[in-house]
Design a protein around this ligand. Sequence first.
Ligand SMILES: C=C(O[C@@H]1C=C(C(=O)O)C=C[C@H]1O)C(=O)O
Length: 362
Amino acid sequence: MENKIEYRNWLDAHQLNHPLVIAGPCSAETEEQVLKIAHELKESDTTYLRAGIWKPRTRPGNFEGVGAIGLKWLQKAKKETGLLTATEVANKAHVDLALEHDIDLLWIGARSTVSPFIVQEIADALEGTDKVVLVKNPVNPDLALWIGALERLYTANIKNLGVIHRGFSTYDKSKYRNNPEWQIAVDFQTKYPDIPLICDPSHITGKRDMILEVSQTALDLNYDGLMIETHIDPDNAWSDAAQQVTPSSLIQITKDLKIRKEMDDEAGYQAKLGQLRAQIDVIDNALIETLGKRMKTADSIGELKKSRNVAVLQSKRWNEILGKMILEGEGHGLSEEFILKVFKAIHQESINHQEKIVNISK
Ligand SMILES: C=C(O[C@@H]1C=C(C(=O)O)C=C[C@H]1O)C(=O)O
């Protein structure tokens, strides 16, 4: 599947002068709740009112959604406020009901994106639709799986596509509910610059007080929109209470966000940018040259090890290097996380080089 400018058509048709906002409760709970939220969101930047109708929960026994009745509440909210409607679908039955109730935007959840069978079932059920269909990233950090899901939809002649970045599951505890791994979304954007990319800071953070910060990062990375869970009484929400914000907080968040332009044609800016980018190009070339030299030295160590039948991996030496480089990096304003990533990659390449050398039989 190639990038095509038409992928953006549905978004451009909204003619927004701000990022697209999809907002609404994690779950539709009651008709009154949905309508109240919709009326409060009417005064915000929100274009699509979202509500979960069928909720895939981690463990059984929790609230699993109100079911099809909730679609009627969304329809009523649309009629009363003019907001377009959005919900998650996870199988053919959901799709059929959502289409029957004329829901404007459907998204495939992270737990469904991991299953090609489910995605195919949804794609077949949606074949040829002009509804907007968004695909959340799979729970595991697998770009190919994410793209594969889009390809299934595209092949089913669904052209109003987009993706939602909601972060990735990790076993390790971190400050996020789902690790953003921004690089994966950036890689996606590089491959498909015209597929609308929406950030879901609610699921990335799991905490309402981090939503502004993550939303700002997304906008700084040229995301096209935000999906933010919004509830009139977040603390008493039936699901995901900690990450929902009130409609007035949502309005405040959209006011506080700094919206930066993608480009600036002003001559002074362009000249300075060109100069700095030329410097970056020189530095990048020097980096490659240095890395090449380092690998050549590692090759020589490989030869030496081979001649004495010594193991390639030397953990003590490696740990010393890591410790020293973290300190060194600190002095140059480089984070420990960055140094670890870079040096782990360098070490792996060095090991691969030496492995080749010691395993060549001569
Ligand atoms: C280069 C060596 O081999 C391996 C690679 C290292 C590196 O690239 O710095 C460090 C330790 C070893 O695991 C070495 O033993 O010094």
